[in-house]
Design a protein around this ligand. Structure first.
Ligand code: SF4
Ligand code: SF4
Length: 209
């Protein structure tokens, strides 16, 4: 569709606000074509043509400002003031403004809420290595989460061989710390690091997910 149908309640096609181009003065610089965000213009050969005049924003005259040869003209702005008075558009404008403000406020509130969520650490992945054989590390992990609303998930212990594990061959473990109540797990992470350290294991990496 070429135009938005209404301008604050007035049918756009009833408002003769659009650019008129003096073809003789136009030097085809393309500035108006490039500047207009509403695609009113098309370059036809070396001349600019307003192919979608009613897509022009009522009251805008930017293209005429940038035209180097003053080839673009608009009606007198009194035309707009007259329309505003005759159609008493300000009731509609106030309603539209309230709707716009509500949308902006909602977007701001959403951005704040998203920021808050981004600050929360709800899942962290650990990679550790070392000798697990006699340490009963899994049991200690279970004891650690017993009194907290947190849990270890996706636990993977990679041992070269079962015998090797019990002969203290270095093994590798990954797990994720998460909350069972969508809570921030940051206060719990030092306890996990401490458990790893107390068991003489090496913390290879720790990444917030
Ligand atoms: S800005 Fe002026 S001179 Fe340049 S193309 Fe548009 S009408 Fe022509
Ligand atoms: S006045 Fe504004 S909206 Fe209208 S044609 Fe020029 S740049 Fe585009």
């Amino acid at each position: 569709m070429e135009t938005k149908e209404l301008w604050h309640g007035i049918p756009r096609k009833e408002i003769p606000w659009f650019p008129t181009i003096d073809a003789d003065a136009c030097i085809g610089c393309t500035l108006c074509f490039l500047t207009c965000g509403r695609n009113v213009y098309e370059m036809q050969g070396n001349k600019s043509v307003a192919v979608k005049p009613y897509s022009c924003m009522v009251g805008c005259s930017t293209c005429s400002m940038v035209c180097p040869t003053q080839a673009i003209s608009f009606p007198d702005r009194e035309l707009i003031n007259k329309l505003e008075r005759e159609h008493k558009i300000f009731g509609i404008v106030r309603k539209e403004s309230a709707e716009k403000k509500a949308k902006l406020d909602a977007a701001k509130a959403r951005a704040v809420a998203e920021d808050e969520v981004a600050k929360i650490t709800s899942r962290t992945r650990f990679e550790i290595a070392g000798e697990f054989g006699e340490k009963r590390f899994l049991v200690q992990m279970e004891e650690l989460v017993k009194d907290y609303p947190f849990d270890f998930i996706n636990v993977n212990l990679s041992v070269p061989t079962v015998k090797g594990a019990f002969e203290n061959t270095p093994s590798f473990m990954t797990f994720e710390v998460t909350s069972t109540e969508q809570a921030d797990i940051q206060e719990f992470l030092p306890l996990v690091r401490d458990l790893i350290r107390r068991n003489g294991l090496i913390l290879s990496s720790e990444n917030k997910l």
